[in-house]
Each structure stands twice: as C-alpha cells, then as structure tokens.
Write a protein that binds this ligand. Sequence first.
Ligand SMILES: [Zn+2]
Length: 268
Amino acid sequence: MLYELGQHQIELPFRHNTPDNNGRLLLWHEGRLLCEEGNPVWSATDHPFDVDKLEFIGLLDNKPYFTGQVIQAAGTETITLRDLALVSETLFMLASRAKGLLEWRAQHQFCGQCGQKTKQIVTEFALTCEPCRLRFYPRISPCIIVLITNGDQVLLAQGERHRDRGWYSTLAGFVETGESAEQAVIREVQEEVGVKLKNIRYLNSQTWPFPNQLMLGFHAEYAGGEITPQVGEIADAAWFKLDDLPKYPPNLTIAGWLIQSYLKERQS
Ligand SMILES: [Zn+2]
C-alpha cells in the first residue's frame, strides 16, 4: 500500500444485502463521479438520483459501499477518477474497484467463446458460461513501472502523452502474456530507452484504472548503454541529478512515489 490505506479497514466479501441507511454510494454519470462539495460519497438512503442498478463494491470501515450509473444528473458537480486519485487514496481505490466491476459486468454479458448469456456465480465475483464451464473475472492488467537509478542520478522520460504537462516520469508498460514482471522491466526499458539494468527491486503497487492496470513499481540500477528514446513513444529521456529534478508526477501516483522514495533512500 502506498499511503493511507493502513488507517482503514477494507473488506471485500462478494455479496452484501441491499443498502440500508448505513450504506454508501459511489455514483457515475457519463464516466465521471457525482459529488457534493468535492465529496463523491453519497448516503444510500438519502440522495436525489434515480440509480439504474446497484453493484456491491466492498466494506470500508464496516460500511457497505455500492456503485451504479445515474442517467439524469443535470447540474450536479462531478469529479474525474484521475482527480480523485489526488484527493484520497482510499476513495480512489474504492472508485477504481467500482469502475472495474461495472465494466466487467457490462463487457461480459455473453460468453466470448460460444456467445451464450453469462450468469453470476453465487459464491464469488465471477460470471460463468454454463455450457463452456468458463468463468469471467473482473479484468486486471499488470503493468510494470520502474525508476532507473545511477547513484545521485535518475533516468526520467517524457512520454509523447505527457508532453503537454511538461512532466518527466518513470518508464512503464504492460506485462506481456507469458512474461514475468522482472522480464517486463528489462524488456520495456530496452525498448523505450535502450539501456541495460541490474539489481531490479520490487517496491510497491497501485491500482490505475485507465482502463484496468495494476502498476507494479520497481527501482533498478543502470548497468550500461546509451539512452536511445523509442520513436513515437518517448519524446525525450535524460539523466537528472536528484537535486535538480524536472517537473514530475505528484507523490500520490506511484511514479511520484518511486521518485520520492529514492530521494529519501539517498538522503538517509
Ligand atoms: Zn460459452
């Protein structure tokens, strides 16, 4: 866990009774969370919306949380999931899960192999196709994210997509099927900046639901090679001294956390 989750109790049983006045809702409208004065948590029994169908997310500090889509919400304040990541790690985790569960249910209504309608399994978060005996679980896509270090310098890159923000960041990429996370670190770094690594260390992880990544965070030491940015993917990449870092992602993202944790490590 990155920051604050240890202060809260989260349980993920697969089923819960319909919400009573102890229940809480995270509600979506056109891909954004509805909120009131920045807070996206609504009372299950006291809100002004017509909710399509509620999906149970889990228990936070013994309160059951549910999620659903709202069709009519004109004039209501909203927040994006990316912005929520900068507000509260706990709510970001719950809302990520809410998004993942709603998308899983919407995208697996039918079996991908035979086309039959799927059914909810009564004992877990899974849909099944009875004729095929296949099960479909909420999708998680593992990704690696790595800070490359060389003493008092770190290698940071500006992805083509981060150009507008002016951020330099750690390198990241999806784990390919059949690959280990460590192999993915070596391959992605080779592809994106062309350098070799040693002493690859796993440190931390973070859900990143855009659309459904689980970011696995590493530090790795530079072991040789010239920086060669991948055309079309990396706009720029360079070594930066720890006391002269460029603008980089905030600490609430795992990229920022990996950079901050290395700074602390070198200062201690
Ligand atoms: Zn089937």
